[in-house]
Design a protein around this ligand. Structure first.
Ligand code: CU
Length: 141
């Protein structure tokens, strides 16, 4: 029964190729009063054997989401848009204040503390993940 075996091999190849990222601690900061800009953070671990490039993020709750990083320019800390976040095989990546983050523009709903914001993350190979980010307060120093 060749077709049967062909199917088994096909199914196995799907299992082997599936690359799973694990997202955790996803948060979105409540914008400052009068502001329509927010930052989002999460941790992601890649237990697989392939490096994964995260290339886009989007959310029904925001008009636009960009991938950003902070970097030094002439002694000044500045943030800028980047094309991707690289999640190395077997490693973890942490988005955090002062480092990599999601920049979220123009919320469509009120960002009350504790609300759960759906965010889609897309990889260069077309894989997508749906994460849920909790709205938290911007820490005051
Ligand atoms: Cu930014």
């Amino acid at each position: 029964m060749p077709l049967f075996f062909a199917l088994i091999i096909l199914l196995n190849s799907f299992v082997v190729d599936a690359t799973e990222l694990e997202f955790s601690n996803a948060t979105v900061r409540q914008p400052l009063p009068g502001k329509s800009l927010s930052a989002g953070y999460f941790s992601v671990s890649n237990p697989g054997v392939n490096n994964i490039q995260l290339v886009a993020a989007s959310s029904d709750w925001f008009e636009r989401v960009e991938l950003h990083q902070h970097s030094m320019h002439n002694g000044m800390m500045r943030m800028e848009k980047v094309e991707s976040f690289q999640v190395q095989a077997g490693e973890q990546l942490h988005l955090q204040p002062g480092g990599l983050h999601l920049m979220l523009f123009k919320p469509k709903y009120e960002l009350t503390l504790g609300a759960k914001v759906p965010i889609q993350i897309r990889a260069a190979d077309g894989q997508q993940w749906q994460i849920s980010a909790v709205v938290t307060r911007i820490p005051t120093q």
